[in-house]
Design a protein around this ligand. Sequence first.
Ligand code: NCD
Ligand code: ZN
Length: 347
Amino acid sequence: MNEKLTLRRPDDWHLHLRDGAMLAAVAPASARLGRAIIMPNLVPPVVTGADAAAYRDRIRAALPAGATLTPLMTLYLTEATDPADVVAAHRAGIIAAVKLYPAGATTNSASGVRDFDRVRPVLDAMAEAGIPLCVHGEVTDPGIDIFDREAVFIDRVLDPVRRATPGLRVIMEHVTTSDGVDYVSGNDGIGATITTHHLVINRNHLLVGGIRPHYYCLPVAKRESHRLALRRAATSGDPRFFSGTDSAPHPDRAKESACGCAGCFTAPNWLPIVAQVFQDEGALDRLEGFVSLNGAAFYGLPPAEGRITLTRRDQPVSAPTHITAGDETVTVFEPGFPIHWHVEDDA
Ligand code: NCD
Ligand code: ZN
């Protein structure tokens, strides 16, 4: 018999939709979400309220008829960000959050922050106005091993920033380590997104038996004990942890390269994969909290309108392996195990 699961319409609290032909190609995969926090790391980045409003309009224009998605826009924090522009954009309902990228940490992060003291006035104004800060939690110090960059970031940047600006609500984006999980669970006023792929892969999947560029993302997948800590956090019911796919499409040509870029494209199949993970963990009763309720509550929003139904099929469900974006192909994340969950047409 087919098992059915009806959930509030899910949200995605960390999504890259890109721009131009790539936006047109990937937007349909996220169109039936409730809300999504849209990452601002375009080239050039989305840095002002006016940039965010224009990008929001391009996203709306790219969505198919019948889309339910409300894009929640973010600003890319730079050392030149004007606190007044941030507060005005938030007050006007244009932005929902601000994104902090340490300079050089990841794809298109060259305009990010080098000296955290220089953004203190913006962070103070955000705390005052109740605007959350989304943080890419990795140091960029070349002396720090890439697998240690998240843990070191907590001590060197995240904790000092939170102490210097009490009241600032922070989301530790795409947490990948037990250190990150412990820091978030032990503190108030901080939440964390967990990606689909970090629940599924560890660094062996990336590196054993040949390098797998489609499993390369940032923060890079860590050892198995960290993946298990993420699965425990996601399925724990702790409302500080919620789903943010970090679906980050790149053309195959750019990933399958001598210097391949970081990002896993999970938008088309993330929900069936997450449902499978929760089933395997015996936690299907907590799936709705993780994908539909906890993130909204952290952002101070009601759950999204509408519901979706997932059906468990006896036979594994196949997903498309690629999509086309203009002249490019983009590979869809392959979890490496059978998926039995299928998203029915929603209402
Ligand atoms: C993201 C991208 O491609 O924009 N890549 C990734 O590996 N996650 C950037 C990011 O979120 O770090
Ligand atoms: Zn991202």
